[in-house]
Design a protein around this ligand. Structure first.
Ligand SMILES: *[C@@H]1O[C@H](CO)[C@@H](O)[C@H](O)[C@H]1NC(C)=O
Ligand SMILES: *[C@@H]1O[C@H](CO)[C@@H](O)[C@H](O)[C@H]1NC(C)=O
Ligand SMILES: *[C@@H]1O[C@H](CO)[C@@H](O)[C@H](O)[C@H]1NC(C)=O
Ligand SMILES: *[C@@H]1O[C@H](CO)[C@@H](O)[C@H](O)[C@H]1NC(C)=O
Ligand SMILES: *[C@@H]1O[C@H](CO)[C@@H](O)[C@H](O)[C@H]1NC(C)=O
Length: 447
């Protein structure tokens, strides 16, 4: 009896614990289902929207894409599908993009952290400067900093370490330069740490000419403020206006011609040449020295290319889609006559040939990268830029915006601080970076 009792007692207990276990399992399953559902609602929507936004534009590219980013049934397979397993990131973003190796066949492991940006006026270079300044700040880079706003040595073609603030403290450590200079490889190589890369930027020469003409108040300079079409008037007879100005201001070279080429490092004493072979040879020489030249007309594409060249993360190239220094002047867009256009081309031949050269170079490299999912990345990048800008323009409840991992980025999040920096004036960014440099030196001295 005792044995039996004990037996049934144990059986009873086992049956009971079985029931309890079952209940626990059911409860656990319910909780898991609930959590999964929450996640799907939470992140699924956002990626569905992204999918819808991208799918139309990408249908064509998708068909030819050798990359496996896109799945069947027109669905964008992003790592968002793995979103449930995303680690939540601390808001500290400084290490983002570091040592991020690309999955798309690139073998880079270490981001380039020493570079000079040749900042050409009126090309979108302010927006680019902001991106580079943020990167330099996040990577504690040491900038050759000029205290005169965004001007370092421009329009001079020479640059020495003494142009950099506190050069005695930072000497031999400069690995970043972004303010206005004129490219002079020989002299810049002497200031910067060995292996420094050069990045340039160019804009389609006619729109550049129009833009700088009004930005630098040329109508005033040439006494054309009363004209209905100052740009056209100037281009009707550029020599006459330049001659008059040269006489009154006693300057040797023309201030209007080939300004992009000048800043990009075309030898100043040869800017007057008519020899197109010589021009092309000098342009090819410059090409050897630049790691990459951004083409303003293809800005997002250029940034993606830059990211690939410098082994950066997607986070590093995020930008404000409202341009930092955009100005509109109705006179800028007045149509020009055939003769005016011809004169523009005649006096800016080097800019035109140089732009053409770098634009062609750019598209050749796009062709090469297409096999490595270049266009998919551009599309993805544009969507992320849009999302980040939307978040930054109407930050309400959410403190962070989390961008999950993808083929091109580790997961990262942006917050209010980031948003503040996204559209910060480059001059203020530069000062902020310089302050950080000074602080870190002070800290080191105290140790
Ligand atoms: C896709 O590839 C085919 C054949 O290579 C080509 O004819 C077509 O133009 C390509 N389409 C796009 C959108 O690139
Ligand atoms: C999702 O995660 C699995 C396992 O970690 C991985 O094999 C797969 O490539 C991931 N998918 C994407 C799109 O990243
Ligand atoms: C990045 O890589 C370098 C060398 O490959 C290493 O010294 C450094 O610690 C790495 N940084 C991070 C954040 O992993
Ligand atoms: C760079 O500076 C040197 C030294 O002053 C000068 O001789 C040379 O012409 C400059 N090069 C350019 C491209 O401005
Ligand atoms: C740049 O090059 C591409 C490809 O050759 C060409 O289609 C485009 O018209 C060029 N852009 C400009 C502004 O000249």
């Amino acid at each position: 009896m005792k044995k039996k009792d004990q037996g049934t007692g144990r059986e009873f207990k086992m049956a009971e614990t079985g029931k309890v276990n079952l209940l626990w399992w059911v409860l656990l399953c319910l909780i898991i289902l609930f959590l999964l559902d929450l996640n799907v609602n939470f992140t699924g929507q956002m990626w569905d929207q992204l999918d819808m936004a991208t799918s139309k534009r990408l249908q064509k590219q998708r068909q030819n894409s050798s990359d496996a980013v896109f799945g069947g049934q027109g669905r964008l397979v992003t790592a968002a599908e793995n979103v449930t397993s995303l680690p939540s990131l601390p808001s500290e973003l400084r290490t983002m993009g570091q040592n991020w190796s690309l999955s798309s066949g690139d073998s880079c492991t270490k981001p380039v952290t020493n570079f000079v940006f040749i900042k050409v006026h009126k090309t979108g270079s302010d927006s680019t400067a902001v991106i580079l300044l943020r990167f330099a700040y996040n990577h504690h880079m040491t900038m050759c900093y000029g205290t005169n706003g965004m001007r370092l040595t421009f329009p001079r073609t020479e640059i020495y370490k003494t142009n950099c603030a506190r050069w005695k403290v930072f000497e031999n450590r400069f690995n970043f330069l972004v303010q206005h200079t004129v490219f002079n490889k020989t002299l810049m190589d002497r200031i910067m740490t060995p292996g420094t890369r050069y990045i340039g930027i160019m804009r389609e020469p006619l729109s550049h000419f129009r833009s700088q003409f009004f930005y630098f108040e040329k109508p005033l300079r040439y006494g054309l403020t009363k004209s209905r079409n100052p740009l056209g008037d100037f281009l009707d007879n550029p020599e006459r206006y330049e001659h008059e100005l040269a006489l009154t201001e006693n300057i040797g070279r023309s201030r209007e011609r080939n300004k992009q080429a000048y800043v990009m490092g075309f030898p100043p004493h040869l800017l007057g040449t008519q020899d197109t072979r010589l021009m092309d040879n000098l342009i090819k020489q410059l090409d050897q020295w630049y790691t990459f030249v951004i083409i303003s007309e293809y800005y997002d594409e250029s940034l993606v290319m830059l990211r690939r060249r410098l082994c950066w993360g997607l986070f590093d190239i995020l930008h404000a889609n409202k341009k930092v220094n955009k100005q509109h002047n109705r006179q800028e867009y007045v149509p020009l006559t055939v003769k005016q256009l011809e004169n523009h081309r005649r006096i800016n031949t080097i800019d035109l040939r140089m732009y053409d050269f770098f634009n062609r170079t750019f598209w050749r490299s796009v062709e090469q990268e297409t096999r490595k999912g270049f266009w998919e990345e551009v599309t993805y990048f544009k969507e992320v830029v849009k999302r980040v800008n939307t978040f930054c323009s109407k930050r309400t409840k959410e403190k962070h915006l989390e961008i999950p991992t993808s083929k091109w980025n580790k997961p990262f999040s942006v917050n209010g601080d980031f948003c503040g920096g996204l559209s910060r004036n480059p001059k203020i960014w530069a000062k902020k970076l310089f302050d950080q440099m000074v602080q870190s030196v002070k800290k080191r001295q105290h140790l």
